[in-house]
Design a protein around this ligand. Structure first.
Ligand code: NAD
Length: 496
């Protein structure tokens, strides 16, 4: 089974409409879809509110059962959904399958969580009183997602939101609507098996920016979880804040690695490769800045260049390919622009430029680039969503830590070192200022068990594991008086 039409029919889908969907593999039109108009969006939001009212009363462990069934659907259809991710987003099949595995993992996590939505019991200062903190479902949750993780990011949000008792409305990237429709079809199969859940518990809204804006504006949606560029976050956050809603932002990154003199260089090279060229440099956690100690620079950088010279670039469906296409022509143009401005700032570029142009005239394959920079210039400080690795030399640990943190983004970071003091300093309060800080591991490829997200322009949101579920619930402090008196807090006498 290889064609998109066959894959879509596997999910029971036959989308039709005015808008073409293209595969980044060769630029071919693979389907047509329609966008939801304002009236349909309105209807879907109203239906989501209704679904929420029913779902919030279902006991949480029972809600977990629905997510368990959904996880089973994902397991049974992992190959097909993974392949569709590759066709629509262009990541290599291993990564397409890995993305679906991530969905399965978060479902497993959420099923366990459905029995652990713990609150506290707090000592009351008043006699005959009990004070408790309870976490309640909050309402419909909007999930706005980016093209590069077309299904996993939704699952991080939706699996938690559903066990938390919320309904979900998903606005996928306009570049990847098909994987969203396929995921929704699997969710609907799980709903059918479950039997008694509201049919509109999870819905998809197809459209461009305006569809996302409609969700951001709507006061019936208490939580808007948005993943994408910092530009998108800047536009969306004030809209949600204006109505005093809650936004959960997962925005751009500009992730770094420090390779210290004591580092195991073979491990560092492998980690650099996976995190700098994996997903063709289109992960929010992609390695973009590499700081190498001057004592090992001349050993590491030539080694890296040699590996880069032989990277298998090609059709992401083929087994030996490690670097697939960029999402579209615009992405390639942005890469060219950044390489050109890096050159103007004194950078020495190895690699870069278009690959496989004859074979795929409408597919935008880029040769990953290594750019040796004299300093952390303006171009290095901004995120270019492409396989560009800026390499800089350092001498002193304090100096490199300061440089490491001197960018507007704060998503992921790492150090390769065998020096315990350096490792501990990196993850200490005065170390990396990112949401994710790793030692002897690259910056990408996080596990779902930890909270995922970043600081500064990355937006401050946390999704996935740990206590991220709290963002999808409302906290209530409830005090019960079981005495015959009415003592006031702070000992206030208010006399009758
Ligand atoms: P994008 O910002 O172009 O689009 C993301 C989504 O936001 C799309 O669904 C789009 O339609 C919607 N959107 C755009 N403007 C909007 C607005 N004003 N209001 C509401 N919705 C709006 O991003 P992209 O090109 O799809 O993805 C790449 C970016 O996403 C990169 O910057 C990457 O770092 C970031 N990203 C971050 C994470 C993370 O977890 N931090 C994960 C994946 C991707």
């Amino acid at each position: 089974m290889t064609t998109t039409t066959e894959l879509l029919s596997h999910f029971g889908l036959k989308p039709e409409g005015q808008h073409a969907v293209h595969s980044p593999i060769d630029g071919a039109e693979i389907a047509r879809i329609d966008y939801d108009d304002a009236a349909t969006i309105e209807k879907k939001i109203a239906a989501s509110v209704e679904a929420f009212h029913a779902w919030r009363e279902v006991p949480a462990p029972r809600r977990g059962e629905l997510v368990r069934l959904f996880g089973e659907e994902l397991r049974a259809n992992k190959e097909q959904l993974g392949r569709l991710v590759t066709l629509e987003a262009g990541k290599i099949l291993q990564e397409g399958l890995g993305e679906v595995q991530e969905m399965i993992d978060i479902c497993d996590f959420a099923v366990g969580l459905s029995r652990q939505l713990y609150g506290l019991t707090i000592a009351s200062e008043r006699p005959g009183h009990r004070m408790m903190e309870t976490w309640h479902p909050i309402g419909p949750v909007a999930v706005i997602s980016a093209f590069n993780f077309p299904v996993a990011v939704w699952a991080w949000n939706a699996a938690l939101a559903v066990v938390c008792g919320d309904s979900v409305i998903w606005k996928p990237s306009e570049k990847t609507p098909l994987t969203a429709l396929a995921t929704q079809a699997l969710f609907e199969r799980a709903l059918k098996k479950f039997g008694t859940a509201p049919v509109n518990l999870s819905q998809v809204i197809l459209g461009v920016r305006e569809a996302g804006e409609a969700l951001a504006k709507d006061h019936r949606i208490p939580v808007v979880s948005a993943t994408g560029s910092t530009r998108m976050g800047r536009a969306l956050a004030p809209v949600v804040a204006e109505r005093l809603g809650r936004s959960l932002l997962e925005l751009g990154g500009n992730n770094a690695m420090i390779v210290a003199p004591s580092a195991k260089l073979d491990l560092a090279v492998r980690a650099i490769l996976f995190s700098a060229v994996g997903t063709a440099g289109q992960r929010c956690t992609t390695l973009r800045r590499l700081f190498v100690h001057e004592s090992i620079y001349d050993k590491l950088v030539p080694q890296l260049k040699a590996v880069y010279a032989n990277l298998p670039i090609g059709n992401p469906l083929e087994k030996e390919t490690l670097v697939g296409p960029l999402i579209d022509r615009h992405a390639f143009a942005m890469m060219e622009e950044s390489l050109s401005s890096a050159r103007d700032e004194g950078g020495a570029v190895t690699g870069g430029g278009r690959a496989l142009e004859n074979k795929f005239p409408n597919g935008y394959y880029a040769k990953p680039a290594i750019v040796e920079m004299p300093d952390q210039t303006a171009t290095v400080r901004r995120e270019t969503f492409a396989p560009i690795l800026y390499v800089m030399k350092y001498r002193d640990f304090a100096e490199v830590m300061a440089k490491h943190n001197a960018v507007p983004q704060g998503l992921s970071s790492c150090i390769f070192t065998q020096d315990m003091q350096e490792a501990e300093r990196f993850v200490s309060a005065a170390g990396s200022d990112c949401g994710i800080a790793n030692v002897n591991i690259g910056p990408s490829g996080a596990e779902i068990g930890g909270a995922f997200g970043g600081e500064k322009e990355t937006g401050g949101g946390r999704e996935s594991g740990s206590d991220s579920w709290k963002a999808y619930m409302r906290r209530q402090t409830a005090t019960v008086n079981y005495s015959d008196a009415l003592p006031l807090a702070q000992g206030i006498e208010f006399g009758v």
